[in-house]
Write a protein that binds this ligand. Structure first.
Ligand code: SAH
Ligand code: SF4
Length: 405
């Protein structure tokens, strides 16, 4: 669903240069950590510290062409290229920009589909500026990097973990695509670095949050998802405390996640979306495999950091999950779980062929107020936040529509 700020009239579609000619036959360095890079460079007779040098170039300096990695000797670069290696960072190929500064990207993956066409995924940048930036246009240089003064004080990047999704939640657009394929760790982390680069983010200084809430179920692509987190933490230098992963409730994934060391573990969000197993089983068939209590048992195994909360996301479906008794029942469930929790309410975004209705703003607000009265902190995702969910299967359609004009 497009929010008003994202309609064709108010948005700007930017086309960038697309595929490189040899793409597909090349091997990407992006996605390998410094140790793995060292191992590959050892095949070329290079000492171990060369791996660190290359990691510095691709994860700190954000260099995208092997030829520009001048810390590596020129003959080595040539040999690497001949052997098929490239930096291979996913590339932003199209940008859909709203007047409020939100940008949605088509990002081209490293790995080609079986028919050699490039796969594209969706990533969203949501600046939460001080309000003074609305309608302001930014200057970008030839490489698409922002030149103007930063107008946001903090921002959020919404990251995809799979192309499509196999989970089949009844209200979700991504479900309609089915699972096309898993993303690699490099493709997941690459979305983030491509956006940091475009926005001129200064890691360690700027407040940028990551939410793994784009297309896909991260816990059904666990190794690659956590591989990406480790790259982003250990190589790029982002804080895991500014990352949140959302799951529909994949119990084995949550149990493995509970064992991750705190220094590379994002915060956890659970898509609750209903007050009891009956309704949840209807809107999220996965609940029949892993019912609510099994999910909550697994979540209780996560050792939380001081002051850390579990977020419960709750999509309000008109007449189905948004009644006052649902709010009271959800509050009871969360209280009984004993977890330090907060609820993020999301008014459902409609999509073609999906048989639900949007709740009215009054219903949304009264649902929130009921949760709060029951002692559960509850927040409403603002329309900008909804853009995340609009990205569930709709960005490509939007872009195609714009092409035809
Ligand atoms: N697969 C993961 C993460 C991606 S979905 C998960 O389900 O948690 C991120 C969030 O978007 C989930 O909380 C999901 O319930 C919500 N969502 C999906 N479709 C939506 C829609 N049409 N409107 C509003 N929220 C939606
Ligand atoms: Fe997959 Fe999440 Fe959509 Fe469910 S809500 S179909 S788990 S992306």
């Amino acid at each position: 669903m497009l929010t008003p700020a994202m309609t064709r009239e108010t948005s700007q579609l930017v086309h960038l240069d697309s595929t490189s000619p040899e793409a597909g036959s090349r091997k990407p360095f992006f996605g390998l950590d410094a140790t793995a890079l060292s191992t590959h460079l050892a095949d070329f007779g290079e000492p171990e510290w060369r791996g660190r040098q290359l990691a510095e170039a691709i994860y700190h300096q954000w260099i995208t062409e092997l030829d520009a990695v001048t810390t590596l000797p020129k003959p080595l670069r040539a040999r690497l290229r001949e052997a098929g290696w490239e930096v291979g960072r996913p590339r932003i190929v199209q940008i859909f920009r709203s007047l409020d500064g939100t940008e949605r990207y088509l990002v081209e993956c490293q790995e080609r589909n079986s028919d050699a066409t490039p796969e594209t995924i969706e990533t969203v940048w949501m600046p939460e500026g001080d309000g003074g930036e609305a309608g302001e246009d930014f200057d970008f240089d030839e490489d698409g990097r922002r030149q103007a003064q930063k107008v946001w004080s903090r921002a959020t990047i919404c990251v995809s973990s799979q192309v499509g999704c196999a989970v089949n939640c009844r209200f979700c657009l991504t479900a309609k695509l089915g699972l096309q394929r898993n993303l690699t760790a490099g493709e997941i982390a690459g979305q983030v670095v491509a956006v940091l680069d475009r926005q001129g983010v200064e890691v360690g200084r700027d407040r940028v949050n990551l939410v793994f809430m784009g297309m896909g179920e991260p816990f059904l692509n666990y190794a690659n998802f956590m591989g990406a987190v480790r790259l982003l933490v250990h190589e790029v230098g982002l804080s895991p405390q500014r990352m949140t992963v959302s799951t529909s409730g994949i119990v084995p994934g949550i149990e493995t996640f509970a064992l991750e060391p705190a220094e590379a573990r994002p915060k956890l969000a659970i898509s609750l979306n209903a007050p009891n197993d009956t309704i949840r089983g209807e809107v999220m068939p996965i609940n029949r495999k892993w019912p609510m209590e099994a999910v909550l048992d697994a979540v209780r195994k996560v050792r939380l950091r001081p002051r850390e909360h579990i977020t419960f996301e709750y999509v309000l479906l008109g007449g189905v999950t948004d009644l006052p008794e649902h709010a009271r029942e959800a509050a009871r469930l969360i209280r009984r779980s004993g977890l330090p929790a907060k609820v993020n309410l999301i008014a459902w975004n409609p999509g073609p062929g999906i048989p639900y209705t949007m709740p009215s703003p009054e219903v949304v607000e009264s649902f929130r107020a009921t949760l709060v009265a029951e002692g559960i902190p509850a927040y409403l995702r603002q329309p900008r936040g909804r853009d995340i969910y609009a990205a569930c299967g709709q960005l490509k359609r939007t872009v195609e529509g714009a092409h035809q004009n």
